[in-house]
Design a binder for this molecule. Structure first.
Ligand code: OXD
Ligand code: MN
Length: 633
């Protein structure tokens, strides 16, 4: 529900109150009762400062109710920001079309504003906090004129959970509010947690498009000048100019990864770009696996894997981010800090991920997908045959012969995780689940085998640090290049990358023998003709099976300089029609290719700053080279 703040009393006392109504789902506003809530003085003061700076015409506090969702979505439909989809096919669901100049995360406009440049490190854009605030303050001044400013208290992780954190996002985008309501837990229950003793992250967001009196608004306001700024020492986020995804839904990449990675370093835990699943074997034993893949590498598919091999089941706990902390028993425990999925639509379809398709049956916001004539949505890969006519993601007529994609390659669906048919019943358990294995992946057409087990935690950290992948459409820029993406965290570590590697090593020391084993996977190996060798998708369950059998000590591994590889006969490829050469390629160690990889790793490590790179990783590189040197050929 939306509450105007205009009558809110002054915030000079330790707490303030504001009037709100308590609605049950579907209740009529005229039947609502009135109650009052306490607002922390620090929060009230921040809201007052932001209001004075950005000068919105109205301030609205969000309580996370269904009534508020209805009010907001109706408002956006009337303003042209959302198109209501045909409720017969897609109840309570909407299509948003962004401005074509605001379609992805803008990594070149993402800044880590630590006190020193060294603390941000060479992989981040750096500005001093003072300079960035001086640059941004005039942009935020009056940036919300003519617009409503929404105050969105949100929790990352179950509200009040021991591993959870809270923040407050202020935004002038109702699309962002509705998306935050799906992606995080928002509202009154979070507001009640904020007090002098609770650290909370202030997250300031404006699309940077003030509306002059009487001016006509556009469906997707944004500003050509964009800044996604993080202040790690003070744990603040300032985002200006974009309304899209990770640039604007500040709980996700900005808080749950960039700011949280700094908190995690300081407090002895881990904030990682990982999916989280529970795998149950035919014998009924369950294991939890966290896996890091760069953006758009099939993470959602693995998170919702439907094993093809009999007796195995996979339940989803998270699809993008995990927070992990050693528990009382010394083992790593993890939660998914998010409430929903912000998944890439193209490529998600009935043949590749029926579970994801079923998740979006309703209550979903689609962004930049195509609109069918019957008022439902479509994108490349949803069904094998495209409809004969659509409106493309920009609202233009489209037919299969148009020669352009109907959906933007980074089009998204936003939906709560509890709608996912494979979600684990206890996925919101505040204490999290014990991690049994960690996986690192990437799109590697050559060199990297289908699966290997790291020799030790330090070797696993080396494997994570040397991850690389072909680029995709999730971030603006060229597609198809190979880029280093350590731990799939390149755009998401809020501090110096070499220090982040050291933090992983320190966590290994802290966990000792209880550290989970680490594996590397690569579904994307190609043959000489350029075709993928491994079928991927649901067949990846066979690799998961090998990993679980390794955890159980049931299968041996061939020890090589790059880790433990499957013995060919122990990899379950029954019925896949792979030739012996295919299986050999998937599990080989090509000495020349790996020596070249080692040189490439050395060159990459050099870019991260010789004085800061952990010696342990340089030792691992030397070990890899020494091991390769001993191989024949
Ligand atoms: C995402 C990303 O949107 O990694 O999850 O880019
Ligand atoms: Mn991601």
């Amino acid at each position: 529900m939306i509450v105007s703040l205009l009558e809110r009393p002054t915030h000079t006392t330790t707490t303030s109150t504001y009037p709100t109504r308590v609605d049950s789902v579907g209740s009529r506003p005229d039947r609502a009762s009135t109650t009052s809530l306490r607002i922390d003085a620090g929060l009230a003061a921040w809201i007052a400062d932001v209001t004075a700076l950005t000068q919105p015409s109205e301030v609205v506090w969000c309580d996370g109710s269904t009534a508020q969702w209805d009010q907001l979505t109706k408002l956006m439909v009337s303003q042209g920001t959302l198109i209501r989809l045909n409720p017969e096919w897609r109840p309570n669901s909407f299509l948003a079309r962004s401005d074509p100049a605001d379609v992805a995360r803008v990594e070149d406009r993402t800044f880590i504003c630590s006190n020193t440049e060294q603390d941000a490190g060479p992989t981040n854009n750096w500005r001093s906090p003072g300079d960035m605030k001086a640059e941004l303050t005039p942009l935020f001044a009056g940036s919300m004129r003519g617009r409503t400013m929404y105050v969105v208290p949100f929790s990352m992780g179950p509200v009040g959970g021991a591993l959870s954190q809270v923040g407050v996002q202020v935004t002038d985008s109702p699309y962002v509010v509705a998306s935050m309501a799906l992606m995080t837990r928002i509202g009154t229950s979070v507001l009640e947690l904020i007090s002098d003793e609770t650290p909370w992250v202030p997250a300031l967001h404006s699309v940077g498009a003030p509306l002059a009196p009487g001016a006509q608004d556009v469906a997707w306001p944004h500003n050509a000048s964009k800044y996604i700024a993080h202040f790690p020492e003070t744990r603040e986020i300032w985002s200006f100019g974009s309304g899209y995804g990770g640039n604007a839904l500040l709980g996700k990449k900005c808080f749950a990864l960039r700011i949280a990675s700094v908190m995690a370093r300081d407090e002895g835990w881990m904030a990682e770009h990982m999916l989280l699943i529970r795998v149950t074997s035919p014998e009924g034993r369950s294991y939890h696996v966290a896996a890091a893949f760069p953006s758009a590498c099939g993470k959602t598919n693995l998170a919702m894997l439907k094993p093809t091999i009999p007796g195995w089941t996979v339940e989803t706990i998270g699809d993008d981010i995990v927070w992990m902390r050693p528990g009382q028993d010394g083992r790593l425990r993890a939660i998914n800090p998010e409430r929903g999925f912000f998944g890439v639509a193209p490529g998600t379809g009935i043949e590749t991920n029926q579970t994801a398709v079923d998740t979006m049956w309703g209550n979903t916001i689609f962004t930049n997908v195509a609109l069918r004539d019957d008022g439902d949505v479509w994108w490349e890969g949803l069904t094998p045959t495209p409809p004969s006519h659509l409106l493309d993601w920009q609202g233009n007529d489209w037919t299969p012969s148009s020669g352009t994609p109907a959906a933007h390659p980074n089009a998204r669906f936003t939906v709560t995780a509890d709608q996912c048919p494979s979600i684990a019943e206890d996925w919101e358990a505040p204490e999290g689940v014990v991690i049994d294995a960690i996986l690192f992946g990437g799109r590697r057409p050559s060199t990297v085998p289908l699966v290997s087990q790291s020799k030790s935690w330090a070797h696993g950290v080396f494997v994570g640090a040397t991850m690389a992948s072909e680029t995709t459409a999730a971030a603006a820029g060229a597609v198809g290049r190979l880029r280093h993406d350590p731990f799939a965290m390149l755009p998401f570590v809020g501090y110096n990358m070499a220090d982040y590697f050291q933090h992983w090593l320190d966590m290994g020391d802290m966990l000792g023998e209880k550290a989970p084993p680490i594996f590397q996977v690569n579904w994307f190996r190609k043959d000489e003709g350029g075709s993928y060798i491994w079928p991927g998708f649901a067949e990846n369950a066979r690799v998961v099976e090998w990993i679980i059998r390794r955890l159980e000590g049931d299968v041996a591994a061939r020890q090589t300089p790059v880790g433990g590889l499957p013995l060919v006969h122990e990899l379950n490829v029954d019925g896949l029609g792979l030739s012996d050469t295919d299986v050999a390629t998937l599990t080989d160690v090509d000495k020349a290719a790996w020596l070249a990889e080692a040189d490439e790793t050395q060159a990459y490590f050099d870019t991260l700053g010789a004085n800061r790179m952990p010696a342990t990783l340089l030792t691992e590189l030397a070990r890899l080279r020494a091991g390769l040197a001993k191989l024949p050929g």
